[in-house]
Design a protein around this ligand. Sequence first.
Ligand SMILES: *Cc1c(COP(=O)(O)O)cnc(C)c1O
Length: 372
Amino acid sequence: MADVKSYSSRPVLTVNLTALAENYKYLAAKASPAKVGASVKADAYGLGAAVVGRALYGAGCRIFFVAHAGEGKILRTAIGSKASIYVLSGNTPQDTAIFFGSKLKPVINSLTQARDWVKACQPVKHAPRTALHFDTGINRLGIPKEEAEIFATDKTLLTDLDVDLVMSHLACSGEPNHPLNAIQLARFKKIAGRMPMVPLSLANTGAIYLGPEYHFKLVRTGIGLYGGKITDNPQDEQVKPVVELHAPVLQIKTVKAGETLGYNASFTAKNDMKIAIVSAGYADGLPVNLSGSDKRIVTSARLGKSRVDVIGRVSMDYTILDITDYDGFVELGAKAVFFGEDLENQAAHAHMINYEVMTHLGARCRKIYVNE
Ligand SMILES: *Cc1c(COP(=O)(O)O)cnc(C)c1O
């Protein structure tokens, strides 16, 4: 009797740390002589901030960005005391102690944040330095135009803030021909010209491909490190896929022509079919919009060397695959693979962006970090 393969029902998210480090080096070469900082907010886009942070640190990264102080605290524990960790949301009253305790640098986004920070720092001996984030047209978080003048003229405030980075953020960096890019660049240069001589940063991943005039001293990359492509010319982006979702086959069965499959009976078997039930659903980050109905098959998964269609509705824990024409033997525990090189396609088919798909993947899957 053949050995029974051991397997678990739990889906696995594989994170390729070798590809991650190679992507860091690739982006660093593209951005050079500018430095590359890493955006590891939202648990490193769902991939695990502690392990990803350590891997990037190992690849040479010394500047990190998170969204919240709590994220910064976790990262600080993971990577040690040497790297800079900026908190993009800036200081908020409830989090001041975390900033001091974990040596986090607030990204100051308003005059209110600036004054609160200076006040909080008064009793502190070695307060962390700060970044100033000017809004140059995204009209999201950032120092608004009408406050920029005060920062440019209030020398005491600037001295007290101990600024070591002046930054802004582009709204359309993935669209090279969008006129807002040049407008934001011009506004950023104008503001930066009135600031003390500190390093400047404007670019996220997409803006690396806009050209060197967008790079300044530091680029802030996130999605590119994780293998995501964002520009109109994805062939320019030689980053390697980092993330795959592996869904184990839990059951194989046959269904008769005319039977319906899954919730809402949205798919009808036109002929007798052979199907595989795999263990991954929307609770694992597999978008329900990838469901295949009678109207339309939306996507397929990789099984061995072949591709098999997703049929019926993606449910919370399970997804159905059509293996009728599959030419190999499918054993229980075999893994159906989603995302990887298909990330952008599958995100588009789900009417999502790759960032969004990625941040949904880490919640329930077991993460396995791969070194090639
Ligand atoms: C998230 C974020 C980044 C990183 O953006 P990517 O598109 O993932 O490279 C950079 N800067 C700011 C302000 C951000 O919020």
